[in-house]
Design a binder for this molecule. Sequence first.
Ligand SMILES: *Cc1c(COP(=O)(O)O)cnc(C)c1O
Length: 398
Amino acid sequence: MSEELPKRQRLAMDTLLAHAGGDPRDRQGAVNPPVYRASTFLFDTAAEWEASREHKRRFDIVRYGQLATPTTLALEEAIATLEGGYRAMLLPSGLAAVTVALQALVRSGDHILVADTVYPPTRIFCDTTLRRFGVETTYYDPLIGADIAAAFRPNTRLVFLESPGSMTFEIQDVPAICAAARARGIHTLLDNSWATPYFFPAFARGVDVSILAATKYIGGHSDVMMGTVTTTEPLYEPIRSTVAELGFCVSSDDAYLALRGLRTLSVRLERHERNAVRIAAWLASRPEVKRVLYPALADAPGAALWRRDFLGASGLFGVELQQVPKASVDRMLNSLELFGMGASFGGFESLLIPVDPRPFRTATRWTHDGPLIRIHVGLEDPDDLIADLGRGLEQLRG
Ligand SMILES: *Cc1c(COP(=O)(O)O)cnc(C)c1O
């Protein structure tokens, strides 16, 4: 951890969201950083050019657009501050953030442990690219907790977590898993896209690397693709170097959009949570619904761990319907007017899609009788959303 981080962390999250990321005094007082559209930055003297290439400074000096612009640096600084990590880096998608962080920390012959409930493309990367390079993946039960230690081998390099789990919303015991890994010198990486640092302080819970699909709640407006990786100090250089070696970069235009979205993260998330709690509880009371997978509901799976470790719940959850023919579910999906059918979540708008986790589970067995749907509750009026869902549920009859 850097020296100045604890001081910055003393400010409350809402204040950080308003002020983190650059200093208006460094940009002629402009509240927001300008969008620097630049590949090339010119230097006055040979000595300054030489200094810009020094190993230690190469990631925080503005010299080539692929490495940094003042706009991307402002966003990186804001993300690192909110996450409570050492420094952050930007990637062109959330998936790129996952794959580059994994790739940077392993070598041929290594073994890694990955939660059985990770975002499916994370799993596909492990089963294809990492396997091709001689890295073996074992999937573990997300509810394993401290027993993860029994799965460690001499060549286990890292543990990858995602909480709650993709599609099925299991809450992991992140502190217990991270403590067990740390005791063996094994790195821990968390996909924190569902909660964001606003609802889950990853570094305070013990992780070494926190990954965000910034496409989701950070951008918040369904108009930008981005990922971020925030690390502890020892892991910054290896991962940041890999990002540079692979040539990944993010445009200043996109960085600006993400920073603009970030400023309202707290007000958006609080509204997503309030709407989602209300709609999830309403769904749980409906006869067409078998169970609701949302840890913020008191009797939902994972509720106790969620209450212990999280500061809130975002707007995404799962719903298992009573058993009905597929044609009935299709009729329901086609009838909805406010819930859009589309990939992603974290934007201002409500979404609803059918999901099936079964092909993506190998360490555990997911069983459901009725169809499973995934709902993202947006910022619309919850009464309007409930009315839309109510009409949709009626389509399930007959
Ligand atoms: C969406 C998502 C990603 C990937 O982000 P993209 O920006 O869509 O590539 C990774 N992890 C989780 C948990 C996600 O929901």
